[in-house]
Design a protein around this ligand. Structure first.
Ligand code: 8YV
Length: 333
C-alpha cells in the first residue's frame, strides 16, 4: 500500500453522527452530504471521479458502471456498513481499489433486533401495541391475544457468523434449542457452548424448525436461498425472521404462503427492493401475522458511532500505507 502524500479527499454519501463527521473533517478533506438525500447514479459518478476515498452506505449502489467513471485518485471505498452487496467488489478490486467494511460493531444490536422480531411475531407485540392507542381495549379475557410460546421451540439459524452466534447466545437464554446451517461447521467448542446442532442440509433443517432466522450475507450464492421450494419444506406453524438482506428470501413466495396459512408468520427488517416493500407483505402486516421494520437492525446511536470510528480507522491505516483492518477480500464474497 502506498501512503497518501496529502490529506485525502473523502466523499461521504450520507449524514453520519455529528462526532464522526467532526473527526472526519479534522483528519481529511471531507465532503459531506449536508441534506442527506440518497445520491443518484450521476451524483455517485461525480463522487468517484473526484474522491480519493468514497464512504458509501447501503443506500448507494456502487456498481460496475459507477466504478467505470472512477477517477485515477480513487483508491479506497470505506463502506459505512457490514454488508457489501451494494458494491461490485470484484470490479473495484480489478481497478486496484481497496474495499473495507465495518464488521463486529453492529453484531449485538442486530442480534437484539432479531430476538425482538422473534418475540414480536410469536407474542403478537405489534398487534397488542396498537390496541390501547386506538382505544380498542374492552378488557382482559382468557382466550384473547394468544400468541405462541418460544421457550422449548427449535430455532434454525441460517448463517452462523458473528450475528448468528450472538443470536444463538440470546436464544439459548430464552430456552430455544439452537440449530444452524452454515457453509462451514463452526468450531467444536463453540458448538458445545451454544449447544448448537449443525445441519449440513439446509432443506432438512428447515423442515424441522419452529423459527428460522436469516443471518448470512447476501451474495450470488445466497440470493433466494429461502426459495419457494425451500419455504414449502417448512412446518405450517413455523415463522421466519430476517435481519440480514431481503434478497435472501423469495418475498413473493413467503407472502403467498403466509396468506395461504402454509406458514404462520414473519418478522422482516430488510426487503428485496428497499425502500419499496412488497404490498402483499404490507397487507399481511395489517393482519398482525407479519411484523415489518424499516431496516433498523443496527440502528443504535452507539453502533453508528462505532461504525464511523471503524471507517476512520480503515481510512487512516490505508492513508499511512498499511493494510486496513477490515479489508473485504474476494474469498469473503
Ligand atoms: C446498516 C446493514 O444500517 O451494515 C449493514 O450491513 O445492513 C445495516 O445494519 C447499513 O448497512 C449502513 O450502511
Amino acid at each position: 500500500m502506498v501512503p497518501f502524500r496529502k490529506r485525502p479527499v473523502v466523499v461521504v454519501t450520507r449524514r453520519l453522527p455529528g462526532a464522526v463527521e467532526t473527526r472526519m473533517r479534522e483528519l481529511f478533506d471531507t465532503r459531506l452530504n449536508i441534506d442527506d438525500k440518497p445520491m443518484s447514479a450521476a451524483d455517485l459518478a461525480e463522487a468517484v471521479a473526484s474522491a480519493d476515498v468514497l464512504v458509501p452506505t447501503v443506500t448507494d449502489s456502487i456498481n460496475a458502471s459507477v466504478l467505470a467513471q472512477a477517477g485515477p485518485n480513487l483508491r479506497l471505498i470505506a463502506n459505512f456498513g457490514n454488508g457489501v452487496d451494494n458494491i461490485d467488489v470484484q470490479a473495484a478490486l480489478a481497478r486496484g481499489i481497496t474495499v473495507t467494511n465495518t464488521p463486529g460493531v453492529l453484531t449485538e444490536d442486530t442480534a437484539d433486533m432479531t430476538v425482538a422480531l422473534i418475540l414480536a411475531v410469536s407474542r403478537r407485540l405489534a398487534e397488542g401495541a396498537r390496541i390501547l392507542p386506538e382505544d380498542e381495549w374492552t378488557g382482559w379475557s382468557p382466550t384473547w391475544m394468544l400468541g405462541r410460546r418460544i421457550t422449548g421451540k427449535r430455532l434454525g439459524i441460517v448463517g452462523m457468523g458473528r450475528i448468528g452466534q450472538a443470536l444463538a447466545r440470546r436464544a439459548k437464554a430464552f430456552g430455544l434449542s439452537i440449530h444452524y446451517h452454515n457453509r462451514r461447521r463452526v468450531d467444536g467448542r463453540l458448538e458445545e457452548e451454544l449447544e448448537a446442532t449443525w445441519w449440513d442440509s439446509l432443506d432438512q433443517m428447515l423442515a424441522r424448525m419452529d423459527v428460522v432466522s436469516v443471518n448470512c450475507p447476501h451474495t450470488p450464492a445466497t440470493y433466494h436461498l429461502l426459495s419457494a421450494r425451500r419455504l414449502k419444506l417448512m412446518r405450517p406453524d413455523a415463522i421466519v425472521v430476517n435481519t440480514a438482506r431481503g434478497e435472501i428470501i423469495d418475498e413473493n413466495a413467503l407472502a403467498r404462503m403466509i396468506e395461504a396459512g402454509e406458514l404462520a408468520g414473519a418478522g422482516l427488517d430488510v426487503f428485496e427492493h428497499e425502500p419499496a416493500v412488497n404490498p402483499r407483505l404490507v397487507r399481511l402486516a395489517r393482519t398482525g401475522r407479519v411484523v415489518l421494520l424499516p431496516h433498523m437492525g443496527s440502528a443504535t446511536q452507539e453502533g453508528r458511532v462505532d461504525m464511523g470510528e471503524k471507517v476512520i480507522v480503515n481510512i487512516r491505516t490505508f492513508m499511512d500505507g498499511h493494510r486496513p483492518p477490515d479489508r473485504v477480500l474476494p474469498s469473503m464474497l
